[in-house]
Write a protein that binds this ligand. Sequence first.
Ligand code: ATP
Ligand code: MG
Length: 395
Amino acid sequence: MKIIIFTSNMIKSLPEITNSLGSEDERHLASPFMESADDHFRMLASIVEHSSDAIISKDLRGIIKSWNAGACQVFGYTEEEAVGRSITMLIPPDRQEEEQMILNRIYRGEAVKHFETIRVKKDGTLLPISLTISPVKNSKGGIIGASKIARDISDKVQLQQQLQEYAEKLKESNAHKDEFISIASHELKTPLSSIKAYLQLMERELKEEQHQQYVNRMLHHVEKVTRLVSELLDISRIQSGKLEFNFSEFDFAEFLSEGIDSVRQTSQTHQILVEGPLPELTLYADRHRLEQVLINLISNAIKYSPDADKVIVRAKKEAAQLLVSVQDFGIGIPDTEWKNVFSRFYRVAGLPAHIQGLGMGLYISNEIINGHRGKMWVESELGKGSTFYFSLPLP
Ligand code: ATP
Ligand code: MG
């Protein structure tokens, strides 16, 4: 419902308009200009009269001068009840100062656009509306009044409230989900450690090679589940802002070789090459967490290049930064997805079914690098391969 309020000097009643045009004959004999003015006013009066929008006129003191059928419908007052009363009867007690504020702006010649406010109906119910008020000037430029257009925005407000409720519910259920992930991961951690310890004992005690191999495979799977659980725990730590870092000083080259060695042991398909001389420097960082990043990147490089046989790691000092990159020759990532891959639980659509994952590795890695005031990004070409980079500020 649209409500339009005109000032009294803009709209004259139909008899007033007709009278101003003189006698019947005079009007009949009037020039085409007079006839078109008559038509024009008749049209205006008809719009006012038959509009389902509330159209109200008031003088500059705020006294209601006319009140159409739409206004009756919207505000609940009849024309007799409204005309002659102050427009402030439509303004709730706690918003009375609005009329003065609006008038002040009109006096200054300023318009008020899409002012969202509340008006009160005869039965006391509140009605959210959007007001647009513009000053009306006479031919000499003097302000003689204001035109007001008010739009009923109850539907919009209701929709906003609903959206807010949904957002709150979503936030709540997200918090429950995060809490569940956190508790479940904690509960899984202890039995997994026991299974791993007993399997290691068994592996040592068993005499038959084949039995040892079985246990070895079991250990491998337990390792995978353990990593998954600890990544889930990391995610819930990030969500609750509790991902902590233990900073210490260590040699970068030694750290890199150790990290690479630990992945080499698990990959029979790819060679992990270090290209170029490694910069000699001491890092002040969380060694365990940085190793997690390096392993994540190399594991991804292997996982997403099933037809390739090598991964190249590079590192160099650039200005006051350490720049590390991991390059693969695999499936690649479309450029529209370069940013998305660092989002939580995000996986690029259309991955081959046999390449599994939960979309956690890069999200955690990126958070770890952010925690070191560094940056992480990717450059890639579909079908040719990807290079993941991270940079760390050096002292
Ligand atoms: P998780 O690491 O939790 O086991 P994941 O490998 O799917 O699972 P991320 O490591 O976070 O999750 O990677 C997110 C997504 O980015 C992947 O699902 C994949 O679509 C894409 N991606 C990551 N690394 C590469 C890569 N080297 N080449 C091509 N795509 C990659
Ligand atoms: Mg991964």
